[in-house]
Design a protein around this ligand. Structure first.
Ligand code: HPA
Length: 279
């Protein structure tokens, strides 16, 4: 595992980004999941900074995750996009995985939109499909808040209404207005990187999960500790192992993610617009 960044490292990264971007501070941050990089299209006047130019950021190692920040506006609201995320399964320390969220918080971000690719556990989910995350189950056996408390963060943050009820309401309304089918359910995070066995999928279904993936949970926990409101959307790219005949393949996950990009863009645009109107 690589070393945990300190709060000074987070501040240094934030000051580098502030100097590089000549726009106002972002209000909304969007994390792009596997195959969802097309959302960058939604940004007007994009300015890009690769991770290699931000102190403390290792390169990403996953195909489909490019590794840059894109700052600009969506529906006249200043936003920052994170194209390329860090996963625990790459061997990163949880504090590296959540470094972007702490950086967003230093930049003054109020709302975090997290997207991811996930396997569907509900027989009614027919991939490719979108699922609004209503809650999560952390089975990654890691928590990004272990260790010394970083300043401003509570030791024991509450996890009630973690996926903000009001933002979910906005997302449902946008989906309804545009005729976009939108499921809603519980996302369960596993460490990965192996996909699940059919026996594990049956177990996860009984635990109350509707979708399973290998990301998101650490970022959302840190967002809550930092007082950032969260909207989470899963792209259900496949059904869980054993619920179909065949093998799971990352290329298919990416492809299914791309098929959902247009609907996801409409959803994110609509929610960001609503955030802009209400403030
Ligand atoms: N399992 C875990 N993570 C995933 C899956 C899956 O089936 N699909 C996309 N990410």
């Amino acid at each position: 595992m690589n070393a945990a960044p300190t709060i000074d490292a987070v501040r240094e990264a934030a000051s580098v980004l502030r100097d590089r971007f000549d726009t106002t501070a972002p209000r909304v941050a969007v994390v792009l999941g596997s195959g969802l990089g097309g959302l960058v299209r939604a940004v007007s006047n994009p300015q890009r900074v690769p991770y290699s130019e931000v102190p403390g950021f290792p390169p990403t190692t996953v195909v489909g995750h490019s590794g840059e920040f894109v700052l600009g506006t969506v529906e006249h609201v200043p936003v920052i996009l994170q194209a390329g995320r860090f996963h625990l399964y790459e061997g990163h320390d949880p504090s590296v995985v959540t470094l972007p969220v702490r950086l967003f918080s230093e930049l003054g971000v109020e709302v975090l939109v997290v997207t991811n690719a996930a396997g569907g556990l509900q027989p009614t989910f027919r991939p490719p499909a979108l699922m609004l995350i209503a809650d999560h189950i952390n089975l990654m056996w890691r928590n990004p808040l272990t260790g010394p408390v970083l300043n401003g963060e509570p030791r024991w943050p509450d996890m009630y209404d973690l996926y903000d009820g009001e933002l979910r309401g906005h997302a449902r309304a946008v989906a309804r207005d545009h005729g976009i089918p939108l499921h809603e359910g519980v996302y369960l995070g596993l460490l990965g990187p192996s996909y699940e066995t059919p026996a594990e999928i049956r177990m996860l279904q009984r635990m109350g999960a509707d979708a399973v993936g290998m990301s998101t949970v650490p970022e959302v926990i840190v967002a809550r500790a930092r007082g950032i409101r969260v909207l989470g959307i899963s792209s259900i790219t496949n059904v869980g192992a054993g619920l179909f005949q065949g093998v799971l393949d990352h290329a298919e996950v990416l492809e299914a993610g791309r098929a959902l990009a247009a609907d996801l863009e409409i959803l994110v645009r609509g929610v960001v617009k609503e955030i802009g109107v209400r403030s």
